[in-house]
Write a protein that binds this ligand. Structure first.
Ligand code: COA
Length: 342
């Protein structure tokens, strides 16, 4: 983890904790730490614990790559000067994948106040160092009870089912904007192009999942800010599947478009495409796709109303309705969880 000031690493299977102070370049102009920075820290902790676990019993050296991140909510904003404590533990192992639970706690070191900022669940798959196309077996973890193992198995089965659905929308594309009137989809649609260099790849010649998520959050943030012209922060990210490795030397194009607005939130769909500058294009499917939800905050941190997205084409109308359904479903889930906690 870059800039790490304290690292407590233990033997395989034990939880790990990594802490670092949040700096001005981690935040937007209003001082709120970017969701992408937090996702990158989470992913780095996940790589450490899962790679360590996968090498604990295997003869064949391997590197764990990020295959999936479950839907994650940003529970409270983090600010410059706070310390992020990122803790990770392995919660389930299948034959070829590792589930890692990561918690991010924000600490104000001036007054000792602590707040949970994010909880994320990530899935890693170990690939052989000798042959990056070979998936290596995962050493089984020790569960504290049969119930813990059974709960893990259910989560594993659920994500496998969900993956089939995301594959279906992997064919969709973002076309150049025709209408650039304010509040239309085309008006805020944005993309960025990034050349994958050595600093994006750590243990092998492929982009670290956290780097990609940070770029995705950056584009989603630009779309959100262009739409509402106020301070915006990441509220949540829907499940993301990483279908393809992105090699060093590739050019990544990250594109985002707004799909839905509620009264106080915006949903942005992000696509990642990669092609190697020195190789001819063979794959046409997106390497990654995801939905980010943003909110706009006033100077006191209160959510502001969002201008309604103007949808014009049949596709935009369909995507808006699909976004509304996702919004209503997650809102109902959040409310049910809040009721349980009372
Ligand atoms: N989420 C969670 N687990 C996944 C997954 C996903 N999206 N895709 C595959 N897996 C798991 C499978 O369940 C399987 O484990 P199991 O046998 O215990 O069930 C294991 O990965 C291997 O599956 P397999 O079908 O043999 O492999 P694959 O050809 O689908 O490759 C990856 C899986 C993850 C290696 C491949 O999709 C990949 O290289 N993705 C990119 C990884 C990466 O570079 N991440 C950072 C990107 S920026």
């Amino acid at each position: 983890m870059d800039g790490a000031v304290k690292t407590r690493l233990q033997s395989s299977g034990c939880p790990i904790q990594v802490s670092r102070i949040l700096r001005p370049d981690d935040a937007n102009i209003a001082g709120n730490v970017h969701g992408g920075t937090i996702l990158k820290m989470i992913e780095e902790a996940g790589v450490i614990i899962s790679t360590r676990h996968c090498n604990s019993q295997n003869e064949e050296r391997c590197v764990a790559v990020l295959a999936r991140v479950e839907r994650t909510d940003f529970l409270s904003p983090m600010s410059i000067g706070e310390v992020a404590h990122v803790s990770a533990e392995i919660t389930y192992t299948s034959k070829h994948s590792v589930e890692v639970q990561v918690n991010v706690m924000a600490e104000n070191i001036l007054n000792g106040a602590k707040q949970m900022a994010n909880r994320a669940t990530l899935w890693y798959v170990p690939l052989s160092v000798e042959n990056v196309n070979k998936v290596v077996k995962v050493p089984p973890m020790q569960y504290s009870s049969p119930e813990q193992q059974e709960e893990g198995r259910k989560r594993y089965e659920a994500q496998k089912l969900d993956r089939i659905e995301t594959k279906q929308r992997n064919e969709d594309q973002i076309f150049p904007a025709i209408n650039v009137e304010p509040y239309t989809v085309g008006y805020s649609q944005s993309s960025l192009i990034h050349l994958v260099g050595p600093s994006d790849c750590a243990l092998h010649n492929f982009v670290q999942g956290g780097v990609t998520m940070k770029l995705m959050d950056e584009v989603a943030g630009i779309v959100a800010a262009r739409h509402c012209k106020t301070n915006i922060v990441t509220a949540s990210v829907d499940a993301i599947n990483f279908h393809q490795k992105i090699e060093k030397g590739s050019v990544i194009t990250v594109s985002g478009r707004m799909t839905f607005t509620s009264n106080k939130s915006m949903e942005i769909e992000v696509f990642v495409d990669a092609d190697h500058v020195l190789k001819s294009l063979t794959e046409t499917a997106h390497a990654v796709t995801a939905f980010f939800t943003y909110v706009s905050l006033d100077k006191d941190g209160k959510a502001l109303p969002i201008p309604t997205l103007k949808v014009e084409t049949e596709d935009e109308k369909r995507r808006f309705e699909e976004g509304r359904n996702r919004y209503l479903q997650t809102k109902a889930k959040r409310m049910a969880e809040a009721m349980k906690c009372q």
